[in-house]
Ligand binder design. Structure first.
Ligand code: SAH
Length: 346
């Protein structure tokens, strides 16, 4: 297979060009064609000499994702997209409309190996990690299909971004590059189930993104019933890594907490959580778990949700209750892909 040119950072592209005896300023031009103007072919790159365009076309390919399905929620305008990759794997992405603009939620892997009990993405395990071009491609395609600007990107779709570390870091640099979509790093959120060594390494990258940590429990006992990763890293260690991230970046941590009826939504759980995190510069997002048909978990009811929120507030913790978006279009992580694949198999 020819090389996937959209996965190269500008620096890497410069090195590639130098290696074939070309001037490095061409890298900036090519990068802008690929990531700002989103050219689909080398012929479009009219400010490059014809010879160079031909040379590039021989060595590299411009991969684009194939949109195969689009669904729009009648409840809140959320749009869900299924894309096919070059190897026929299918991924899903979501576009949510907020008062501050459009936010796109992308996948970082095909499937996932974290095994969270309530999550549909992980049921069949990990297929493979996504290339940088495939993560960028989700944002580019949604912007093109919707004809609306994407202002925010959250890596909260299928997959564990910290399990695709190098590509995620490149993805952030490239998404925020002035010769690409130029999305501010402050408008990019990376969500992780809590891989401690990777969080610490991530803190050193000099990035200004938001780190969202999927906590979902106030202690290891409960966390282990929901997230196998809790067997590898204890909650204290995870919180310490989050504080380290804050210390290094100055970026406030977001804690995600999906409320599961009778599992992690009691008043005692809220109190225990509040005591553990009130000294951390953080924000908690509470979201009722989106039930998936493969598991027995149910979402907490309004009464429990508000009681949980109130308890956190009593301890001075910032907290927001998130609406579930796109519930009528299988909005939760990996649900749509699974139901699509299921239908295909029939
Ligand atoms: N692997 C990363 C990012 C993908 S999951 C992580 O774990 O953070 C994005 C968020 O959606 C996580 O907080 C995850 O726990 C949550 N999630 C997954 N399935 C869900 C469901 N059915 N209901 C509610 N939240 C869910």
């Amino acid at each position: 297979m020819e090389k996937d040119i959209k996965s190269y950072t500008k620096k890497e592209l410069e090195a590639e060009l130098a290696a074939i005896g070309e001037k490095t300023f061409r890298a900036k031009q090519i990068y802008s064609w690929l990531h700002e103007k989103q050219a689909k072919s080398f012929e479009e790159m009219t400010n490059l000499p014809k010879g160079l365009r031909e040379k590039l076309a021989k060595e590299y390919q411009i991969l684009t994702l194939q949109p195969i399905k689009q669904l729009e929620s009648k409840l809140d305008g959320t749009k869900k997209y299924l894309f096919e990759l070059y190897d026929k794997n299918i991924i899903e992405s979501v576009c949510m409309k907020y008062h501050y603009g459009n936010s796109v939620c992308i996948s970082s892997q095909v499937g996932c190996r974290m095994g969270c009990r309530f999550c549909a993405s992980t049921i069949d395990g990990l297929e493979r990690s996504l290339a940088v071009s495939e993560m960028l491609g989700q944002v580019y395609q949604i912007q093109e299909l919707s004809k609306e600007r994407v202002g925010h990107v959250v890596v909260m779709g299928s997959g564990e971004p910290m399990d695709n570390y190098e590509n995620i870091v490149k993805f952030i640099h490239m998404l925020s590059d002035e010769d690409g979509l130029h999305i501010s790093q402050r408008n990019i959120t990376i969500s992780t189930s809590g891989l401690v060594p990777e969080i610490k390494r991530f803190a050193e990258e000099g990035l200004q993104v938001t780190l969202a940590l999927s906590l979902h429990a106030p202690n290891d006992t409960i966390r282990k019933t929901l997230m196998p990763i809790a067997n590898r890293y204890g909650i204290e260690e995870v919180l310490e890594a989050c504080q380290y991230f804050f210390k290094k970046t100055g970026r406030r941590i977001t804690f995600e907490y999906s409320l599961v009826q009778g599992v992690n939504d009691s008043e005692e759980a809220a109190e225990e959580l509040a005591k553990k995190i009130r000294h951390i510069n953080c924000h908690v997002n509470l979201i009722p778990v989106n039930p998936i048909k493969e598991r027995e978990f149910k979402e907490s009811q309004n009464k429990e949700i508000l009681q949980f929120k109130k308890k956190l507030e009593q301890y001075g913790v910032n907290v927001t209750v998130r609406r579930e978006m796109g519930r009528d279009i299988e909005g939760a992580c990996g649900q749509l892909r699974r139901s699509f694949m299921g239908k295909q198999k029939v």
